[in-house]
Design a protein around this ligand. Structure first.
Ligand code: PCA
Length: 200
C-alpha cells in the first residue's frame, strides 16, 4: 500500500515541529513517503495537492503538532472554518472565514480511529479520539484533504495531532504509537457489539 505521511514545518517561533520529525521517521519504512507542509494558509493546500498528484497514495496520514500534552489525538472532524489564534508563518491571521467557501460544513475522518487508538495504546503511547482539530492550519489541511479525496472513497485519509517534543513523552514512545496506529489504518474500524443501531 502506498502511504503518504505529512508533517508541518515549525511555527510560532519554534525550532522544530514534532509532526515533521515523526513523518520523517515513519518514511524509513517501505512504501511510506513523507512530505513537509508549510504552516501557511496561502500555500499548505497547494503543497498537499502536489504531493497527492505525485504520490497517488492509497492512504494519507496527516500529522500536526498540538500544544495539548500527553497523548496522540486522532481527529474525528474537519470543519470548514478558520479562526486563527496566532499568525501563520507568512504573518497571516485569518479570522472567521471558511476553508473552502461553498464546500460542506465538515468532513469526517476516514481512518479507523478507535482501532488506531487501541493500537497506539497497546504500543505504550497514550491516545484518544478528539472531536476538534482546532481552527488553524492543521484543520485547514485536514478539511482540504478530505474535500479533495471526497470522490475517491478508496483512499483512506485523516489527521492526527501529536504532542510537542518538549512533552514528557519520549520521541521513541510517540513514534512507536504512531507507527502501530499506521500499521492498522487500512483495517476496518473496531465496533462495539450492537453499535449499528440507529437513533430515531
Ligand atoms: N500545528 C498547527 C499548525 C501546524 C502544526 O503543526 C495546528 O494545530 O493547527
Amino acid at each position: 500500500m502506498k502511504v503518504l505521511v505529512t508533517g508541518f514545518e515549525p511555527f510560532d517561533g519554534a525550532a522544530v515541529n514534532s509532526s515533521w520529525e515523526l513523518a520523517q521517521a515513519l518514511s524509513t519504512e517501505p512504501g511510506v513517503a513523507a512530505v513537509q507542509l508549510p504552516c501557511r494558509f496561502g500555500s499548505s493546500l497547494q503543497v498537499l495537492d502536489e504531493a497527492l498528484r505525485r504520490q497517488r497514495p492509497q492512504l494519507v496520514l496527516a500529522l500536526g503538532q498540538t500544544p495539548q500534552p500527553g497523548a496522540l489525538r486522532f481527529e474525528r472532524v474537519a470543519v470548514n472554518w478558520i479562526d486563527s489564534r496566532i499568525p501563520d508563518n507568512d504573518g497571516l491571521q485569518p479570522i472567521d472565514v471558511q476553508v473552502l467557501p461553498g464546500a460542506p460544513a465538515a468532513y469526517f475522518s476516514r481512518l479507523p480511529l478507535k482501532r488506531m487508538v487501541a493500537a497506539a495504546r497497546a504500543a505504550g503511547m497514550p491516545a484518544e479520539v478528539s472531536l476538534s482539530a482546532g481552527s488553524y492550519v492543521c484543520n485547514q489541511v485536514f478539511f482540504g484533504l478530505q474535500h479533495r479525496l471526497r470522490r475517491r472513497p478508496g483512499v483512506i485519509s485523516g489527521f492526527v495531532h501529536v504532542p510537542g517534543l518538549g512533552d514528557a513523552l519520549s520521541f521513541e514512545t510517540m513514534l512507536l504509537g504512531v507507527r502501530a496506529a499506521l500499521a492498522v489504518a487500512d483495517q476496518p474500524e473496531l465496533h462495539a457489539p450492537r453499535s449499528e443501531g440507529r437513533i430515531a
